[in-house]
Structure formats: C-alpha cells, structure tokens
Write a protein that binds this ligand. Sequence first.
Ligand code: MOS
Length: 714
Amino acid sequence: MRATLIGQPLTRLDGRLKVTGRATYAAEFQRSKLAYGALIQSTIANGSVVSIDLSAAKSAPGVIGILTRENAPQFKPYPDELTKNGAPGESRVPLQDDNVYWVGQHLGVVVAETFEQATHAASLVRVQYESKPPLVSLTDANPVQPEKFIARERLQAKRGDVNGALASAAHKIDVVYSTPIENHNPIETTSTTAEWEAPDRLLIHESTRGIKQLQKVVASVFGLPRENVHIICKFIGGAFGAKGFQWSHTILATAAAQLVQRPVKITFTRPQMFDSAGQRAHTEQRFSLGTDNTGKLVALRHATTTHCSPVSEFTEPCGNMSRMLYSCPNVEVSHRLVRLNLTTPCPMRAPGEAPGIFALECALDELAHRADIDPVELRVRNYAEFNEYENKPWSSKKLRECYQRGAEKFGWSKRNRKPRATRAADGSQVGFGMATAIYPAGQQKAGATAILNKDGTVTVRSATHEIGTGTYTAMSQFAADTLGIPIEKVRFELGDSQFPDAPNNGGSWLTSSVAPAVMGACRELKKKIAQAGGNWPNDPAQLADLFVRSGQEQVQAEFNSEPNREEREKFSFFSYGALFVEVHVDLFGQVRVKRAVGVYDTGRMINPRLARSQILGGMLFGFSMALMEGTIPDQKTGRIVNPNLADYHVLVHADTPEFDIDFINEPDPHMPDLGARGIGEIGIVGAPAAVANAVFNATGKRVRDLPITPDKLI
Ligand code: MOS
C-alpha cells in the first residue's frame, strides 16, 4: 500500500456540500404526495388509557387519517436478539395495549396535509386516563440488580477484600457523586419518512446510525423479508446515541403510511428529543478509595444506582473503567437499577464512561488532596501495567506519555496545590484541574464492495454512516491508498441498507471496523483485475482503458472483515488520554473553562484534522456536562420541565476555551493493517472531572453533583 493519504489532514470531502446546504438530511428528501404525521403523546406518567376522543381532531383542516390502538395493525415483536440481551432502545412495540409508562409515550399519529395541520389536530385529541402516582426519583423505590448484560460488559465485579483494605488504609475517602438525566440534543432532530412502494415493499428515509439494525427491526415488526425494507440515510446532523436504536416513531410512521396509503413523515420537535429517543439516566455513585502512606491504591469500591424505564432494561455502566484504569488489588464494582416512569434510557456519548469517570477522576483528586500528593503523580504511582480485571496485557498504552506531554504543554508545574490561592486580573478565582481519559477500542465485523467503473473511477460502498465525523473522507483515504490512485478517482458511498453490512455506528468503532472492509474490497478488486489478465496500471489514467479492452461495464469485488479474534483474546484494547484545564470562577459563581490541553493515545492517526475535531467536540460535550446540562423531571408528575434549548443549556461557541490537542500517534501493533484505535467518544471522558477538579482548586469547593451551576458555588 502506497501510504500517501493516511495520516494527512485532509479537509472533509463533503464539507462543501454541507456548508452550501446541498447535503440532504433525512427530513429533506421530497416525496410525491407526502403527508405529515404528528405524534399523540401521553400526558400522564403511569396508568392506562381509558378512551381517546378523536372527534375534534378528525374534522380539523387537512387531516387525512389518525392511527391509534383502535385501528393499529398487530405488530410482531422486535427481534429477540435485540430485546433478550438488553440491547438499548425500546423493547416493546407501540399501540398493542393501553398501558402508559411515561409522559410523552406515543399513543398514536395524526396525519395531515401539512406539519402545522397535523400538529394542530393532534392538540385537539382528548385522552381519558386512569392515573397512578408515578415513580420518578431514585429514592422512591428499591433498586435491584440488572438482569441483562449489555453485550460488552458485565456489571458486577469483585476481587480481593475491599473492607479489609479500607480498614487499614492510610488515606481514604467515602463520598457520593451524582450526574443528572441528560438528553441528546443534536441540531438535526430525529426524522423518518416511510413510504410503501408496494404492498410488501418499504422505503424509509431516517436519521439513523443503525441502518442495518433498523432494516431488521422494521422487517421483523411488519413481517416482511429483510430485503423488502430499504433504509436510506446519507447524512446525520449529530446523533450522540439517540439515533442508534429502535424507537416507536419509525413503526408509527410506517403504519400511518399504510393507513393513509401515502408517504408519511414524522420529524421530532425539540421537546420530543427529550421523551421519544432515549436519554442518559440519572446516576448516583458511591466511591470508597483507600491508599497506603505512599499513595498506592489499596481499595476501590464504586457502587452505582441508576434507572431504566418500566419496559426496557438499559444500565448506564458507570463502573466499568473503575475495574482496571488503575492498579489496585481490592476492587468492588456494582450497579443497581430502579425502574422509573421516565422515558427509556440508552447510550449517550461514552455511556458509562462519561458519568463513571467523572466520579472516579474526582475521587482520585480528592484523595490526592487529602494525601497531599500531586494529582498527576498519584495517577502515575497507580499506573496499571496490564488490565488487572481481565488479567491481560494492553495492546498498546502510552498513557504515561500523555500525562507527561500534557502536563508540560499546560504548564502544570505552575499549579498551586493549595485551593483558593490564585486570582486573575479581573478578580476571578483561577484553578487548574486534570483527569485521565480512557475508552474501549472496539471493533466489529463489516463488509464493503469496490467497483471499478468504465470511466476509470472506483466506487466503494458500505452500509455505514456519516454522523458528522468524517466517514466519507476517512474511507476515501483508505480506498485511494489501497488502490494507489488519487482520492479524486474514488467515490465512497454509505447510508443505504442495500450496501454490504456495517455495524451500528457507536462505541467509537466505525473506522476500525469499516476501514478493514474497505481496504479488503480494494485489494480484492486489484486481484480480480490481475486474474482477468489485466495489470493494475501504474498510471491510474490507464484504468479506463482496461475496460475498453475488456468490453465490460464494471468490475466488482467484495470483502467482509472480522476483528482478529486471536489478538482480541490475547490483548486488552483501549484508547487513552490526559486532559488539563484552567477555569476561572467569577464573583457570581459562574465557571468558565479558559484553556484545555489534551494529549491522546489512539494509535496511528488516520486524519489529524478530523481527529482533532472529534476530540474538540467531545471535550466541549464534557464541559457542557460539567457546567450546564441536566434534564429535570417534575417529581410529582414525571413531566420534563425543561425540554427545550432555552431551559436545557448546552455549551455554545462563546463558551469555547483555547484548545491544545495533541496525539502520541504511534500505531497499535495489535490492530493489524490499521494501527488506529477508536477516537469518537474519548474526548468527553474525563472532561467533566477535569473541570470539577479545577473548580475545587480555584474555590476550595468540591461539587460532587453535576452540573456545577453558580448556586453550588456561592
Ligand atoms: Mo456511543 S453513545 O456508544 O456512540
């Protein structure tokens, strides 16, 4: 492979399309005879529907039809492989009974000629309920152990004797951290347009980062062969977890389209992003840590209580990194769940790691303060030379280098260990804080096709996704390098369920999963041409001639890649980082992140520009989590009181600090062919803790409950 493009900071190939508005997002596909659906949603959190009065809605202007339980078809269940293993998303198909489990639950769809008419008519629907008091808070009920496991994690872990070790520890802490419910707020809200092309054939345009999974889900619910369900999604305007799983709106749009015999589009309003497509659950995390008198950890206990909905089980896996990020002989990690009358939780950017590492990295900071050891030094003293939970060596780990380089770039040595010791010229209190970042480097199987066209260009296809992170660009880099042709000669296509299999886009595994398939397909293509007697030309311009001579329209090759099982079994794969922040806290308790330095070991760089952008976005997400975000359910009614961007605050450009983001950039020897590990989610990990630790350094106040709003500091 002539590696000329991998490692280059190429700008996004689809950048121009996006900034000129020519990139077509799910809600923007025009269909003929399109009708609009508005969801009918429950206004109570617990109970059942007694009756629904549609009379006013039916006679409202523009109404074409209304789908409720009365006229809904009998849906088949979601595929077992999703619901039985506790895969995230809804596990119960809509409209098959009268039960209500949370405010906003979908009770039907009003279909009209315009979005406004549908919305107006839906507001005229009157629902009678039998209402029971809802369970809304973690303290309302007895938590239980989760029954299902998320495929990649086990939720309870124990080694050694934590109580014994704590009893004789020289320094210890025992504290509780909490993180609030958070909602995914991509600028593009969820949208689906369902269209029956024939009585047994469906075309769906949806903002989904799980094209193949959605195809499986819809086929299963409507009893269709999988290939009769065609899902298209060319661009996604942010997802962060929400668009990855099965939610009832897709089923409802599809059934509504069947009812009115026209294409039906449902696009979420901003408030619907808070009750219809998952959320990060509220967590309470009790942390006990103990060290000997040299600062070496002797005991770690991380006990998480969180919640799921009454009908779907998902556990925010907060403790998983606590099992192995540091070396410690006595460890206990546990998770308990409460079923609450709130919408179904699901992964939200770094599920588990984001809230879990907030607690772990704050706890380390508290211990460093108590033992009077520098926080970086404490981490280095407890460096894990291998994964003590799995008892395996790391595939590659340059975290020590991340600490060193990060501390140097930031000027960590200038930090005053004493809190409240530094002020800025404007009188603000100044604090330095740091945290470790870690995220699993997963890999999945994937497929790709490479096609040599008559004009000498190559088209490469895979049913993967572009969620704003640069898939079109990165995959074109891999294809062009493997083929040894200029990137302009390559066209990478994604977002179509008719393309070869690719995994759900999540878990930071897109590039490491799909790139091996893309490279494989390109190699196969070259082989095929060689077998046909043609030599892959040194001059790519000659590619077109190959065809003229062969008389064919195109030559096509496929490849299915799988993670290297042997390597995966022998080694433990993670990405790492160290981040350092400077915060200023003004007289009114307002915290601003002024500077952020992050150094990451994610293996080999594929595209430094896109990588930096990933990390930068992740860090901002983390600062937003630290300082602003929090969904507030009313404790009596279960209704979300801040379901909009005026009351649910997210960080904006004006809050952006000065960034210095750097990478170790050393290939992982156990990721054959690729050398790169996941980069998607690690940016958020550690960011909330670094801010909280800096706020403590600035003010002497230890805020353990996110977000760190001014009321907690004055
Ligand atoms: Mo992440 S929410 O697993 O992309």
